[in-house]
Ligand binder design. Structure first.
Ligand code: GDP
Length: 506
């Protein structure tokens, strides 16, 4: 068997408001990792003789559902998140499979509505996040102002972990505060960093009690202890390290890659666990047909394995397991717990399907399509037309968002997949359209699962969100209608094996 070291995997995504530099950063990361031989440019019209090659290479890798690169002994899977970040169940779904994220903000434009939306989703999903202020070399770059905005809007624990020299055309470099040696020990990057270390210690002590005790008691805190605390708090999502870059010039990119490997967490789950994974995206390939992008939480898949699609209740044979390393795909033959790859041969697979058993997949991950409806109304009755127009606009951006408007009753219903969507929607309606909306109690829509004897659905209780995935019997005549969650969670109608799950989760 191949050597599999799960602690050396990072599954991360880069998110940003449009134009903040996501594409440029991705390109430079892949370039830096040595996978892309030559560097393309985002700006159109840059004539280069080998442009086609570059375009092809970077077209495949930068926009791939998942592309892997090696850095400092780690395999980093860079997972693409959809461009439409405003209000999308697809975004929610794709963020859920990340173990860590990089949120890029422009040093010129600062925090945008999109940035806040993304941050809310990352925060709600408790995804450890690094924040990068990019375009430090641009005229008008104002990192101090942007940091203030970040502190105000993002309400997180943002901790600067770098020092930078100059801004705009004088922006030359970022200075990391520490280096981690091969043996794991920490060395201060320069001698004159006392101020930065003190500031870091103060921020971390707000979250780390043991550190606070020592700090207040005047005990010396070693550099190593400080950086270990930073790592731990970042991985718990309690603080967000702040970095700087000029991605267009490649400045700050190797330091960002170090931070990904050092500060963001490795995936959980083990090869010995039962096979358990989720399909988060589908790709199509002329030769291979459907390629299911699978995030595996437990177990292992090897070429020619017959694997179970839990959601469909079918078994299919895996023909190939493909990974994209910047620019080229290859059959790697095996997919291990914690890792991500394209699985070929599953002709019936759909996005959101569970592979193997659902054991290691958390209930929230299992959501695939809208299963709840909720009534929406404006805070001011006079705002009805504006609310309808705003929601219609958002529906166009998100194909999964389903809006039903009953003009006579003046009732507006929407299908949603989760509580985060409601939170994000509230926020977007406010910030983009200046509208406040109120939501009624969500109603469960049940969904038929073809192979199983029962029906799966999701229960959602207010005001404290709580989820359950259940199987229950449907009485004749109930088909096609919505059921409110309270009417569904009747123990006698739950199929065997699901009672405990209800007790646990609801
Ligand atoms: P995306 O929409 O977030 O993917 O942003 P892009 O990576 O496409 O960048 C948008 C524009 O900003 C492009 O014209 C880039 O060349 C430019 N850009 C990206 N990063 C930087 C940077 O660090 N400095 C400067 N000056 N321009 C940048």
């Amino acid at each position: 068997m191949m050597d599999h070291n799960q602690s050396a995997i990072r599954n991360i995504g880069i998110v940003a408001h449009v134009d903040a530099g996501k594409t440029t950063t991705t390109e430079h990361i892949l370039y830096e990792s040595g996978r892309i031989r030559s560097l393309g440019r985002v700006d159109a019209g840059t004539a280069q003789t080998d442009w086609l090659d570059i375009e092809r290479e970077r077209g495949i890798s930068v926009r791939a559902a998942s592309t892997a690169f090696q850095w400092k002994g780690c395999t980093v899977n860079l997972i693409d998140t959809p461009g439409h970040v405003d209000f999308s169940s697809e975004v929610e779904r794709s963020l859920r499979i990340l173990d860590g994220a990089i949120l890029i903000v422009s040093a010129v434009e600062g925090v945008q509505a999109h940035t806040e939306t993304l941050w809310r989703a990352l925060e709600a999903l408790k995804i450890p996040t690094l924040i990068v202020i990019n375009k430090m070399d641009r005229v008008g770059a104002n990192p101090t102002g942007v940091l203030k905005e970040l502190n105000r809007f993002l309400s997180g624990g943002i901790v600067p972990v770098q020092r930078y020299s100059g801004t705009e055309e004088d922006f030359r470099s970022v200075l990391r505060l520490w280096n981690r040696r091969g043996d794991g020990t920490v060395a201060r990057a320069a001698d004159d960093l006392q101020e930065d270390y003190d500031a870091l210690l103060e921020r971390l002590a707000e979250q780390d009690e043991a550190l606070l005790d020592d700090y207040v008691g005047g005990m010396p805190v070693s550099d190593e202890r400080l950086i270990d605390s930073l790592t731990e708090l970042t991985r718990q999502g309690k603080v967000q390290p702040l970095l700087y870059s000029a991605a267009g010039k490649g400045i700050g990119i190797p330091e960002l890659m170090d931070a990904i490997v050092e500060l963001l967490p490795a995936p959980a789950g083990r090869a010995e666990d039962p096979l358990s994974g989720i399909v988060f995206r589908l790709e199509r390939d002329k030769a291979m047909g459907k390629i299911a992008m699978v995030r595996l939480y437990g177990g292992r898949i090897v070429n020619r394995d017959v694997i179970r699609n839990y959601t469909l209740g079918t078994d299919e044979k895996v023909t190939q397991i493909r990974k994209i390393h910047a620019g080229h795909q290859e059959d790697v033959g095996v997919l291990e717990a914690g890792d991500i790859a394209g699985v070929c041969g599953l002709s019936r697979v759909r996005i959101g399907d569970i592979i193997g058993s659902p054991d290691a997949v958390s209930p929230e991950h299992r959501l695939t399509e809208p299963l709840l409806t909720v009534q929406v109304s404006p805070a001011q009755a006079a705002d009805y037309p504006q609310l309808v127009a705003a929601l219609q606009e958002l529906t166009e951006e998100d194909p999964l968002l389903d809006l039903q408007w009953h003009p006579l009753e003046r009732e507006l219903h929407m299908k949603i997949i989760g509580p985060i969507q409601l939170e994000v929607l509230t926020h977007v309606l406010q910030s983009r359209f200046g509208l406040s909306a109120a939501f009624g109690k969500p109603t469960v829509i049940y969904k038929e699962t073809p192979s199983a004897e029962g029906y799966g659905f999701v229960a959602y209780t207010m005001p404290k969100p709580c989820w359950a995935i259940l199987k229950f019997r449907i009485e004749p005549g109930e088909r096609g209608s919505g059921l409110s969650y309270s009417s569904v969670v009747k123990p006698e109608r739950l199929l065997p094996g699901y009672q405990n799950e209800v007790a646990r989760r609801v």
